[in-house]
Design a protein around this ligand. Sequence first.
Ligand code: NAD
Ligand code: DAU
Length: 354
Amino acid sequence: MIFVTGGAGFIGSNFILNWLDKHKEPVVNIDKLTYAGNLENLKSVECNPNYIFAKVDLLDQTALAELVGKYKPRAILNFAAESHVDRSIHGPGDFIQTNIVGTFNLLEVTRAYWGTLPEAEKKSFRFLHVSTDEVYGSLEMNDPAFSETTPYAPNSPYSASKAASDHLVRAYHHTYGLPTVTTNCSNNYGPYQFPEKLIPIVIHNALKGKDLPIYGDGSNIRDWLYVVDHCEAIELALDKGRLGETYNVGGWNEKKNIEVVDTICGTLDKLRPRSDGKSYLTQKVFVKDRPGHDKRYAIDATKIEKELGWKPKENFETGLAKTIKWYLDNETWVSNVVSGNYREWLDKNYEGRK
Ligand code: NAD
Ligand code: DAU
């Protein structure tokens, strides 16, 4: 039995679907169901006897302790977080609560439970913490990519809260011997990503005939990784990762944002041409930049490749083609998540930025 926190979100739900496809081992999904948590993502497994859902907030230590006591997991994988940089700029409070205090609660509950296990189970137990490359800050164009020894230099409330959670995980290994592994991953894309992040918002807005908002001049660079490749890296880190270590996970796919938007437009022009014959490129709009916008992220994923034998299977072209096709085939999923709250978010983040 494993626990996954944040399993109703983008990466967590991809992880659970992938896991149940390959394994017979049960998984408990612990999720508060914020705006980003969506049980629709897990519809195909809701009747699977190896899937259990618990609506629990990481801030509720008592409920977490009851769950570990009841199910006695052999591993806890922590995906749950507030994850959107722009939301952390508008309101950092939830990020501090979930990402820092929530991780602390989970570590405390895990430490107490782990301390009661018999020696063999204690040894094989794992706490896997899912983190981000944003903790390393921003690169200049000619800087080498982030490695596991790059000093932490987070720049947004989101990345600062994730950095704090990484430090707590590190400290629980160092001080209490808790068997932890941390992964720091670059930008993910793929099915079930909430349309607040760059790739899904551009696909969604394009199809709705709306502006495609590009922050600043579109020259910021991200290193894109297909979500299923990330899930497989996490599984390997869980199985074979050395205790107390961190592993960087990235796609070797650095792209300027403008290139990403242009590629999406080009693909949609072919797969779902606009009725007026014009290109989706005509919907691009440059908007006022994100405050403190990190210039470039790039991951050096040599360590996980050498130690654990992981390499991404998808390149940006194949992964993006799959992603766009998924959004075209799942327009109902998208229309179900763009509710009143979502429209309020668009007003808050994009109004007056043109
Ligand atoms: P997401 O926002 O799509 O999902 C987060 C999930 O956590 C949601 O289901 C939400 O309901 C749940 N959650 C939030 N607060 C909670 C709380 N207090 N208690 C319990 N559940 C709570 O996020 P994602 O994109 O799937 O990211 C998952 C993890 O991966 C995060 O830790 C994020 O920092 C990390 N990460 C994401 C990316 C990316 O590109 N998306 C890249 C690297 C690392
Ligand atoms: O690097 C890993 C991180 O990637 C994760 O830790 C975060 O959880 C995840 O949200 C993501 O952060 P980014 O800020 O890089 O992702 P986002 O999709 O929000 O933005 C990607 C780039 O596109 C960034 O340079 C900002 C830009 N952008 C974003 C949006 C939403 C735009 O130009 N327009 C937009 O409307």
